[in-house]
Unconditional design. Sequence first.
Length: 472
Amino acid sequence: MSWVAAVAAAGCAGPRAAQEQAPATVAPEAAPLPDTVTFQADVAPIRALAASNGYLWIGSDRGLRRVRLPSGPGEWVAADAGVVGHRVSALATDRVGGILIGTEAEVGRLSEAANVAEVAGRMRYQTVCKLPGVTVLGPVLAAGAGDGIWAGTPTGAFFLDGGNAVPIALTAGGGTAGAAVTSLDVEADGQTAWVGVAGHGLVHVDRRKVLTTVGPGSSEPIDFVDSLGTAVLPNGTRIAVGRGADGRTRIVLLRRSGPEVLIADTDLSALALVAPRSSVGATSAGDGPWLVAGSASAPRLYRLEVTERGQLAADGVVRFSPTRKNLQSIRLAARPDTRVLPPDVTIAVTHATDGQQNGGVEDTIFVGTRSLGAARLSPVDTAVRHSTGSPTGSAMRSPVYFPAGEFALGARALSVACVQQERCVFATGSGPGWVWDGGSRAIKPIPDGAVGGRLMAVAGDGRSAVYFVAAG
């Protein structure tokens, strides 16, 4: 019996049938089987992803989960490990594979327990800095580059060093207040970073001052106001992707001689930039980068490639050309990728894996969504990747979803208690409890703190009382 059938039999339809009694003079008929109600768990939007040591770490407003790669199983980890805060808004991997976590309370670090007296495999949590609401983390990863973490928040950028959060200047005058960080990419040396600032474009900074401004505040103003991030092309050129004041997608070549803006020859709405990562975590000139573009409900993945001036573009390929006439400038092409994206992508990251098809290291793309959990976009084979046409039909590869269901993730048992047959409470022994109100096909989590901890088991009298056991 499936779990959905078990739920229906446990109390949603059965009690009503049991109350209907046949007259004593008539032999009772066999009670009809209860209806099977199929529920869809209300999944929280994914806000952060990180891959490390064979796991994909998934952060949302409901906490932190990890799924063993390549396909599961998964478990909730935040409550048992002692993570401070509940809403996870940022994740990153440090130099030795530890997981950095940003919550509404602070920035912390999770690592495998090293003390032999501790339980093998148990995660150990340590506070890094009391900086709440971090949305992006960029640890210093290169050997010999020192320690520390770059961090972006809705109110500015900071460098975390020894428990202190040192503000980073985001304007030539040294200002930081109220500057929402939209992207953050740390250079390989760990000493400088490219920081996107909402409404102001992009700044290249060290820990003391602004080195370069790319946007309305440049010495030569550029229509580049919202940065989605930076990446390095295979030829070593760093680019920035974002939007202008008119909402159109712009790619900026970040050259020493000065920035140069490229625009698409057709309308292409960029939603996210996916940059390959080097062994030290910085954006690198590896496979990719990729652009997530289109509508939120039907996004598409494009691979950004260097192209020649005058080179004919295949169907579906979008060209980016300089806004100023420059015969020597690089042109870029956004070529449709063979991998299909889920709808409503909220975040996308890459992770280097051992490519079996291509005989080398390939970048697997992991994506988080608004309501479908997280999925994996596997590497494509070389022949398909270098084809010139727009992929269709059998060439397209669907995403592989991880065990999503926040309802079933790490479930140990199932117990159900219904109140007046119209409102049912479910417990699985892992994660939050869940409620079905009888009027929809979705079950929703019980609000944080309502029962004091993880809901382990429930029971009820079918009328007005529900009894429960909660951990913590």
